[in-house]
Design a protein around this ligand. Structure first.
Ligand code: MV4
Length: 507
């Protein structure tokens, strides 16, 4: 069995490739980047010890081709592969192909991915393992589904067996709509996933998305690293995550129980490496297994901030065949962490991606701030990939201070040349219901108008100072023109002098 990890090929790009390489560097492990034609000058390529081209910009012709990745491993002499998230990270065939090529895949076995890959099959497996799932049926004819719907009561949810990211999901409010919705769900599932299998669950009204981070080794040891509340989503894209969850029903006892259940779920599929068990948390405090993500997740840094565990470090140790260095009792949480995903997108155009060159970049720092970025000043944000610029994370002793720190960090952030969702984040964090921790998965949709209100106006003094600075800088810097500028107000609706100065410089 390949257990060596001396040179890791990171089969990914952007911030996650950079983040993985950082831990490798700390561990004395050499790093190999792969890159598409669009990524010749990308940060992850610059960070790596060596880099190999794997094809044209579209990921289907580069990052998604297992043979290109394995070929780059052979050329570079890498003995291990970290897939990051997305791309090939949850493809059992790729995990297996790595293994067959004598490479150490830094993730779970293909068998665990397969076991969790089919939603209704995973659901059945979890029922057998004593993990609570939403009442419903994992399979059946239209009549059987209708009978189950009567039993669990409306509203119900129809879900595509092979769906994901909310695609192929349908809410059915009334009995008389079930047949029609069922036929639609099936044909949608068929065209989207080439599989028309549909299953049914009782709909959980206004749920929270609360997930548990787990870590397991190859010797049967598994622990959880507490929860993350990922309810703040837009079209099934997470926008803000935090831990602990501010849900009123989430007592330490409830979280301990969810953690225990998550570990049981992982053990039921012989899981090793880092993984995440997703739950729906109802308004009344019941929780139900949704699915398991068999990969390192985007939002893993907030768990690292409250536990002090480097999840990538542990993934590598586990892949080497080492035992987990701690037990559940050793893991203590401290304080509160929040992540804001900074996207190159324009809330004003309905969140269309805003690719282009980052003209000016000022990244927040200071106590309790971590910015996991995949880019740099002068780099291009490509339209071929996920438009994430960075993940801005903060840690503070409690939620109120974490919120204040996040607002401070967001107002320090300057990105020009492209649009970003930084102003959107500021408005979200200032929403009174969000500030009170009162939200569920429907929050952004429900408060769309308030969250998309025009940017905070600058007060007269700030405008005057800005204009003066602009004039001062104009002569020597006239050549540098920004395509556009993303402006966010300060805590009191004004901006700091240096921030205005930076913006003025680019006028
Ligand atoms: C649900 C649900 C309510 N009841 N299932 C959406 C994505 C998929 N992974 C599961 N999803 C949901 N399943 C039942 N029985 C509500 C959602 C849901 C949701 C879940 C997590 C995060 C955001 C969401 C947004 C809308 C709906």
């Amino acid at each position: 069995m390949a257990q060596k990890v001396t040179k890791v090929l990171v089969a990914n790009r952007g911030e996650i490739a950079v983040r993985i390489m950082r831990t490798c560097r700390e561990m004395g492990i050499r790093t190999v980047a792969v890159y598409s034609e669009a990524d010749r000058a990308a940060l992850h390529v610059r960070m790596a010890d060596e880099a190999y081209p794997i094809g044209p910009a579209p990921s289907a012709q580069s990052y998604l081709l297992p043979e290109r990745i394995i070929d780059a491993c052979k050329k570079s002499g890498a003995d291990a592969v970290h897939p990051g998230y997305g791309f090939l990270s949850e493809k059992p065939a790729f995990a297996q192909a790595c293994k067959d090529a004598g490479l150490n895949f830094i993730g779970p076995d293909a068998s665990a991915m397969i076991a969790m890959g089919s939603k209704p099959a995973a659901r059945e497996k979890m029922i057998a393992a004593g993990v609570p799932v939403v009442p419903g049926v994992s399979a059946g004819t239209a009549d059987e589904l209708a009978a189950a719907a009567d039993e669990v009561g409306y509203p119900v949810m129809l879900k595509a067996a092979n769906g994901g990211g909310g695609k192929g999901m349908r809410l059915v409010e009334r009995r008389e709509d079930l047949r029609d919705s069922y036929e639609r769900a099936r044909s949608e599932a068929k065209s989207a996933f080439n599989d028309d299998t549909v299953y049914l669950e009782k709909a959980v009204v206004r749920p929270r998305h609360v997930e548990i981070q787990v870590l397991a080794d190859q010797h049967g040891n598994a622990v959880h690293l507490f929860e993350r509340d990922c309810s703040i989503q837009r079209r099934h894209q997470k926008v803000v995550e935090e831990t602990p969850t501010p849900a009123a029903t989430a007592t330490p006892e409830l979280i301990a129980k969810m953690g225990e259940v998550a570990v049981r779920a992982a053990k039921a599929v012989n899981y090793h490496s880092a993984g995440t068990v997703e739950f729906l948390l109802s308004q009344t405090g019941e929780f139900y297994f949704l699915e398991m993500n068999t990969r390192l997740q985007v939002e893993h840094p907030i768990t690292e901030l409250i536990t002090g565990v480097d999840i990538v470090y542990e993934m590598i140790r586990v892949a080497r065949g080492e035992k987990l260095g701690f037990t559940q009792n050793d893991i203590k949480r401290k304080g509160h962490a929040i992540e804001c995903r900074i996207y190159a997108e324009d809330p004003a155009t309905g969140f269309l991606p805003s690719p282009g060159r980052i003209e000016c970049l000022r990244v927040p720092a200071g106590p309790g701030v971590r910015d996991d970025s995949g880019t740099y000043e002068g780099a291009e944000v490509s339209s071929y990939y996920d438009p994430i610029i960075s993940k801005l994370c903060v840690w503070a002793p409690d939620r109120a201070r974490a919120l204040a720190k996040m607002k401070r960090a967001l107002t320090e952030y300057v990105v020009t040349g492209i649009h970003t969702n930084i102003p959107f984040h500021l408005r979200l964090l200032e929403h009174p219901e969000y500030a009170r921790g009162e939200f569920d998965t429907g929050f952004i949709d429900r408060h769309r108008d308030a969250l998309l209100a025009p940017a905070i106006a600058l007060d007269a003094d700030a405008m005057t100072i800005g204009a003066a600075l602009a004039q001062a800088y104009r002569d020597d810097d006239a050549a540098r023109a920004a395509h556009s500028t993303s402006i966010s107000g300060g805590a009191n609706g004004t901006m700091s002098a240096w921030r205005l100065g930076t913006l003025a410089r680019l006028r």
